[in-house]
Design a binder for this molecule. Structure first.
Ligand code: ATP
Ligand code: MG
Length: 570
């Protein structure tokens, strides 16, 4: 019972949330549905009136006939009208919820959330069914109301003939619904637990259809592999679902037989009543049609309430995601970044045992130019992501102006730093928008600065949007332009921003970087050792440990560093 109450509260909350998307759409539906519900009973009632009058041989009055015709018209008009309004509501709801998802995503400050597959499952459950679930909540609720009104009015009509028949219908209805809900819950849970497999299946399709995979998937002929993998996943997912479907069908069959038996007995009973003269022949038509309508309304109610229950389970997941608080931002404001200190910082990625940064302690003064070098996998990018406040240290602290970075407001800190990540994003807007996100001024200057003077800022990017594509190095320069474009930056973080650049462009990049960042702190990661000469100090990382933090000249005394440096020029 408590569970039912909680589902009612959930339904109420869902309706309240979703009806906000379009008040008038919801309003019109709310008006139409009860009318639709009462129409069948009205039709049967008017037929019964007409037949009774005919049977009695009394004077036939047209009014019931007209009433019948009007009801018939209404019953035909309402379904297409509700379909049109539901369609409209669907569109508005999707837009509203998508906007809420964008808002929710913006609340996520720590990238740790994205390292967790449960998050993807939750998001996927909500997103994959977004196009139909919210509107279904409204539509199913209303159709349940419709069925309840229909059924009640028909039961009242039947009650006039015999008291036990309505009671029998209700007695069958209750267990039938409860059993259905249970199975529906099982089905939903199966669907949710199968979500990782479903995501893998979607991924296989993405490989087949997405441009990013088009080259390798052809030259390595991955398509047979994709198909085989797809079917394998399909069978694991669908075995369980089929089992549930069969059970659903079996149970439905049992209850159909039971309700048919009830109707049959009722009908025989009625025939005997008429025979013994207790009821008139004219009533038979009304009774039989009420009975058929009542049974079909009760089956309809079971089915629709079942679907509503299923929708409520989705709603529960949706509201859970929406209520989840990601805003664990610090509270201290900062206006500048002076001193950066790492105090015994260690870090392991979420759900990983291995520490990728180990007891790092060092200090960086305002305006210093710092290069980070080390072999692949030594933790350079990770260190940069920690400095960008996208992850927090597993132990130890990062201090900005002697304040723990955890306590500083993300927005304040992020406003002061500008990054080029190793795996920078390729935004597919116009060139200008992907640099400035709609602010127009200064884009051309940034393009000039990053070595793309000929690129038109109006140029649309992304073939999938009818735009163009850039070369690898040009994309990287665009990411650099984005970083240069940002104002009031006090800390630049460049992760191998030179990796795709030609020698000339690379030289220009560092020259411009030094020019632009005169008073700002710059930390850059590089495998090309020529640029380390521009730095005040070099962080030499190896397997997560700092093996050296000193000027390039001093570090050359370190045998390993020296050989790392020299190897490039041999
Ligand atoms: N998101 C992640 N989750 C788990 N482990 C990760 C993740 N990203 C990186 N790692 C691991 O952390 C270690 C350090 O990675 P990192 O990207 O910091 O190396 P790097 O020094 O930047 O290497 P490269 O020169 O190849 O860019 C690697 O062993 C890598 O496997
Ligand atoms: Mg890296």
């Amino acid at each position: 019972m408590r569970k039912f109450k909680s589902y009612f509260l959930l339904l109420f909350e869902g309706l309240k949330t979703f009806s906000k998307a379009s008040r008038w759409g919801t309003f019109v539906l709310v008006i139409l549905v009860p009318i639709e519900a009462l129409v069948p009973t009205g039709i049967i009632f008017s037929i019964q009136k007409v037949t009774t009058e005919l049977a009695k041989g009394s004077v036939f009055s047209m009014s019931w006939g007209i009433f019948w015709a009007v009801l018939l018209l209404i019953s035909n008009i309402i379904p297409p009208a509700t379909t049109a309004i539901s369609g409209y509501l669907t569109d508005v709801l999707i837009a509203n919820i998508n906007q809420k998802l964008i808002d929710k995503a913006s609340e996520i400050k720590s990238l740790e959330v994205f390292e967790n597959d449960e998050f993807y499952n939750d998001v996927e459950t909500v997103r994959s069914e977004l196009s139909w679930r919210p509107v279904n909540l409204i539509v199913f609720t209303l159709s349940n109301v419709r069925y309840i009104i229909s059924l009640l009015s028909l039961l009242v009509l039947l009650f006039n003939y015999t008291w036990w028949l309505p009671l029998a219908i209700v007695i069958v209805l209750v267990p039938q619904s409860l059993i259905h809900y249970r199975i529906q819950q099982e089905a939903f849970e199966t669907l949710v637990t199968r979500r990782p497999e479903a995501r893998k299946m979607n991924y296989l399709l993405e490989i087949a259809l997405n441009r990013d995979y088009a080259k390798e998937s052809r030259l390595f002929n991955v398509f047979d592999f994709l198909k085989k993998r797809y079917w394998k996943l399909f069978y694991t997912v669908h075995k369980e679902e089929n089992r549930i479907r069969m059970r659903q069908f079996g149970i439905a069959l049992i209850f159909i037989i039971i309700s048919s038996l009830v109707s049959m007995f009722a009908f025989i009973y009625l025939v005997f009543q008429v025979r013994s003269g207790k009821l008139s022949l004219g009533i038979v038509v009304g009774f039989a049609s009420s009975l058929v309508a009542a049974i079909s309304a009760s089956n309809g109610l079971v089915e629709e309430s079942d679907l509503l229950y299923d929708t409520l389970m989705w709603l529960e997941k949706y509201l859970k995601l929406m209520r989840k608080s990601f805003t664990e931002s610090g509270y201290k404001s900062i206006t500048e970044i002076n001193q950066i200190s790492l105090d015994n910082v260690s870090f392991a990625y979420p759900k990983e045992n291995q520490k990728v940064l180990k007891s790092i302690s060092l200090g960086i003064k305002k305006g210093e130019k710092i290069a980070i070098v080390g072999q692949n996998g030594s933790g350079k990018s990770t260190l940069l992501k920690l400095l960008a406040d996208l992850f927090t240290p597993t132990s130890g602290q990062i201090l900005i102006n002697n304040e723990d970075l955890r306590e500083i407001k993300h927005e304040d800190y992020w406003a002061k730093i500008s990054p080029v990540f190793q795996d920078f994003s390729r935004f597919k807007f116009s060139v200008g928008d992907s640099i400035s996100f709609e602010e127009k001024t200064g884009v051309d200057e940034a393009l000039q600065f990053s070595g793309l003077p000929d690129l038109n800022s109006e140029l649309q990017l992304g073939k999938e949007f009818g735009g163009t594509d850039l070369s690898g190095g040009q994309w990287q320069k665009l990411a650099i332009a984005r970083a240069f474009y940002k104002n009031n930056v006090e800390l630049y973080l460049f992760d191998e921003a030179n990796s795709a650049l030609d020698v000339h462009s690379e030289k220009q990049l560092y020259q411009k970087l030094m020019e632009l960042s005169a008073g700002a702190t710059v930390i850059w990661i590089t495998h090309r050792m020529t640029s380390v000469k521009l730095s005040d100090k070099v962080i030499y990382l190896d397997k997560g440990k700092v093996l050296g933090f000193d000027s390039h000249e001093n570090l050359l005394k370190n045998e390993n560093y020296a050989s790392l440096y020299r190897e490039q020029f041999e």
